[in-house]
Design a protein around this ligand. Sequence first.
Ligand code: ADP
Length: 240
Amino acid sequence: MEPVVQCVDLWKIYHTGKVEVPALRGVNMEVREGEFVAIMGPSGCGKSTLLYVLGGLTPPSSGRVLVDGNDLGEMSDGERTLLRRRKIGFVFQRFNLLPTLTAYGNIAIAQHIQGDGFDPHRFELTVELLGLKERLHHRPGELSGGEQQRVAIARAVVTDPKLVLADEPTGNLDSQNSEAVLAMLKELNSELGQTLILITHNPEVAAHADRILHMRDGCTLDSAAHSAPPQHTHELIIPE
Ligand code: ADP
């Protein structure tokens, strides 16, 4: 089976004025369909950057990154946006729900943005799995943090994406709600075969995944030692 995600010697260098910050320094990794992978590492090691690159939010500087066989480095911004809408679901630490829409609206809008129209079967399945049936007509401000994150997860999976990327999804929740949200992510993975990548600095959160990839200094530790950086013309700032 083809991997859903494949990174080969992936670099991402931020250019801020005259300095260059290499946030990713030769990441090699693969995630297969149906896997639940946690990427764990200390603050500043490049986890968010990796998630942004995998999600097509920012292009790689060099190396290869394939998502469902699509080479993100070869795509225009517009092509990456389309790929993101069609194939990727995001879950953020701060939920990022639209405050004026109900839970129903926040979930349904994802299907409309994807472009295939409303799919009532998938909608009901998602709402059922996330235990949101009784909460659909509430706005985010009327929901607890745990419920808001469940709505956000429903929004991410209601489009039946190839890949869900979760950025510290329990970072804003108390321990009870964290456990519930992680249990639901696990259930989506086992019941729907949803491929999931979660980033976290917290080993207890990472332990819920099937596999943990450790990151340090812009590299996944399981990958080979740092390769030579691409050509630089500016001062290079290596993150701590
Ligand atoms: P993590 O998610 O593990 O905390 P990040 O990917 O946010 O790590 O950051 C990795 C490195 O890249 C850090 O040194 C950070 O300061 C730097 N960085 C992140 N985003 C930017 C940006 N937009 N411009 C410049 N440097 C950035």
